[in-house]
Design a protein around this ligand. Structure first.
Ligand code: PLP
Length: 361
């Protein structure tokens, strides 16, 4: 067996310890005589798995008691609709457009009400986070929406926008559990887990209880009402059982690593190694304004598309995979999520140095 260093933006690298443990439990989960995949979601043994996963997540993120944790399906993209359907009481919401995922959410919201773009960084290819300290947010907006970490462009809100008292809704798909957060500042925090937490197929929604009501837009399907899932502890219908089980293992892994404060420190070290190299390189260049850089997704370019392609090809041969940038940006992108070890980033920087020496004219 040999594993490569996987810099994919998602689905992405998972902790090796977690994968090994899951492999050991594949055929017989702790004396149950079956795989977690084969188990009823109504069984006692599965109930323990989902309850423990929730308890561990609550502990890791220090989630206040007046928030529900929901394990749902449909990916982060389903939330683009579910949020307006459930939250747009006044049929109006403010969107901060900092990349493609925020834009998709904004466009989807327009199907259900008035979505107002209150800030955008489209003018410079989403390479920065706009100043959100004094936005003009409509008085009657039901919420302010952000994509907190922009997976494609490599930017992150290091300061949350001033919502002027409005509910903050955040897509944290690509920065979930990468650092501590103050949950009480948000109305809704959600993310698809396939970026930084687990296997594709699970989306976690952390939502303040007062936002879960029967008062949803007419025609909202039962499955797309937060209340349906909140009232049934995420077991209204069959949840993505195996995915939740793996997420639970990742939560335990994070706890054993020292929790989110320790994770942040580790992530900062990894990112610094790469950014420091980029900042002094005469061949490679980071594409994001320094103060808005993400700890998770690091896009960079040489400025020459052919050389970029050569880099991607040769890095793959060196055991560093999925470094090709998103098709909309080009260049390269290294996603260095929680489960990417320091060794992977060290190998990447070593390879970049070598490539630079060989290709700098
Ligand atoms: C990947 C991603 C999405 C889309 O996730 P799906 O689960 O594929 O719907 C949405 N938002 C962000 C920030 C992402 O990185």
């Amino acid at each position: 067996m040999s594993r490569i260093f996987n810099f994919s933006a998602g689905p992405a690298v998972l902790p090796e310890e977690v994968l090994k443990e899951a492999a050991e439990e594949m055929l017989d989960y702790r004396g149950s005589g079956m795989s977690v995949m084969e188990m009823s979601h109504r069984s006692k043994v599965y109930d323990d798995i989902i309850k423990e996963a929730e308890a561990d997540l609550r502990e890791l993120m220090n989630i206040p008691d007046n928030y529900k944790v929901l394990f749902l399906q449909g990916g982060a993209s389903q939330q683009f609709a579910m949020i307006p359907m459930n939250l747009m009481k006044n049929k109006k919401a403010a969107y901060i457009v900092t990349g493609q995922w925020a834009k998709k959410a904004y466009q989807e919201a327009k199907l259900y009400g008035e979505a107002v773009e209150v800030a955008s960084s489209a003018d410079q290819t989403f390479s920065y986070i706009p100043d959100c300290s004094d936005l003009s947010i409509p008085e009657d907006a039901d919420y302010v929406y952000i994509c907190e970490n922009n997976t494609i462009y490599g930017t992150k809100f290091h300061t949350l926008p001033d919502t002027k008292g409005h509910t903050l809704v955040a897509d944290v798909s690509s920065c979930f559990l990468s650092e501590p957060v103050d949950v009480s500042k948000y109305g809704v925090i959600y993310g698809g887990v396939q970026k930084n937490v687990g296997p594709a197929g699970v989306v976690i929604v952390i939502i303040r209880e007062d936002l879960i009501t029967e008062d949803v837009l007419p025609g909202t399907p039962t499955m797309l009402r937060y209340k349906t899932h909140a009232d049934n502890d995420s077991l209204y219908n069959t949840p993505p059982t195996y995915g939740i089980y793996i997420c639970g293992k990742v939560f335990k892994w994070l706890k054993a690593k020292g929790g989110l404060a320790a994770m942040k420190e580790y992530n900062e070290k990894k990112a610094k190694l790469l950014y420091d190299f980029l900042d002094q390189s005469s061949l490679f260049k980071g594409t994001v304004r320094k103060e808005d850089r993400s700890l998770m997704n690091v896009p960079f370019v040489t400025g020459d598309a052919e050389l970029d392609a050569k880099f991607v090809k040769e890095s793959k041969a060196a055991g560093l995979e999925n470094l090709k940038g998103h098709r909309s940006v080009g260049g390269m992108r290294a996603s260095i999520y929680n489960a990417m070890p320091m060794e992977g980033v060290e190998k990447l920087v070593e390879f970049m140095k070598k490539f630079e020496a060989e290709n700098l004219k």
